[in-house]
Design a protein around this ligand. Structure first.
Ligand SMILES: C[S@@+](CC[C@H](N)C(=O)[O-])C[C@H]1O[C@@H](n2cnc3c(N)ncnc32)[C@H](O)[C@@H]1O
Length: 184
């Protein structure tokens, strides 16, 4: 898939400096608590997966989803180093399916939506695997995604059953929205 960020390129933004820019626990602690079931879609090398695993604690679970096996292999190693591998499930997505099932309490899609082949399908699929009232934090890179394109994505999410929180989360170098899965 030509528009997907190659696994080796993610080294350029997944390094210790990234923590200063996007501290996972600081960014996500408002939305995630102990015992939750969370998903990190387009997890890349797992920068946010490990933070999510710490936030959900030993009784919670995190599904790390990516199209690229190289990324998932890195997430596995990283989770083992951090001592959280038992809370992390790796899910290999395809172009046509994220491969997720279940009822997630929180979903993160960080800098990946612009790579997805269909935003309609993406939001429909994520909606189907979230608990009513659960939150999806969507963040897109400001350098790749214009405000107009981001607003279009939020409009698509609304058509697929999400309500956009009027307060947009502040995420560095990103356009972000908190999307709440409405009840059917
Ligand atoms: C730019 S990287 C961001 C990685 C990570 N979220 C982060 O912020 O460090 C985008 C990742 O999304 C993955 N991706 C792209 N399209 C996807 C899809 N349809 N399903 C699952 N993963 C996807 C890519 O393989 C890549 O690892």
């Amino acid at each position: 898939v030509s528009c997907v960020c190659p696994w080796w390129f993610t080294y350029t933004f997944d390094n210790p400096l990234r923590r200063l820019l996007h501290d996972p626990e600081r960014l996500l602690s408002t939305y995630v608590s102990k015992g939750m079931r969370a998903a990190d879609i387009g997890c890349g090398m797992g920068h946010f997966t490990i933070g999510l695993a710490r936030l959900v604690g030993p009784s919670g679970r995190v599904c790390a989803v990516d199209l690229q096996s190289q990324q998932l292999a890195r997430v596995r190693r990283r989770a083992a180093r951090a001592g959280v591998e038992e809370r992390v499930e790796l899910v290999m997505a395809t172009d046509r399916s994220l491969g997720l099932s279940g009822a997630f309490d929180f979903v993160l899609a960080f800098w990946m939506l612009h790579e997805a082949p269909s935003e309609e399908n993406f939001f429909a699929e994520v909606h189907a695997c979230m608990s009513p009232g659960a939150a999806l934090l969507l963040a897109e890179p400001i350098l790749h995604v214009t405000r107009a394109r981001f607003d279009r994505s939020v409009a698509i999410a609304r058509r697929q059953g999400f309500a956009a929180d009027p307060v947009r989360p502040r995420v560095r170098l990103s356009r972000a929205a908190l999307l709440i899965r409405t009840t059917d």
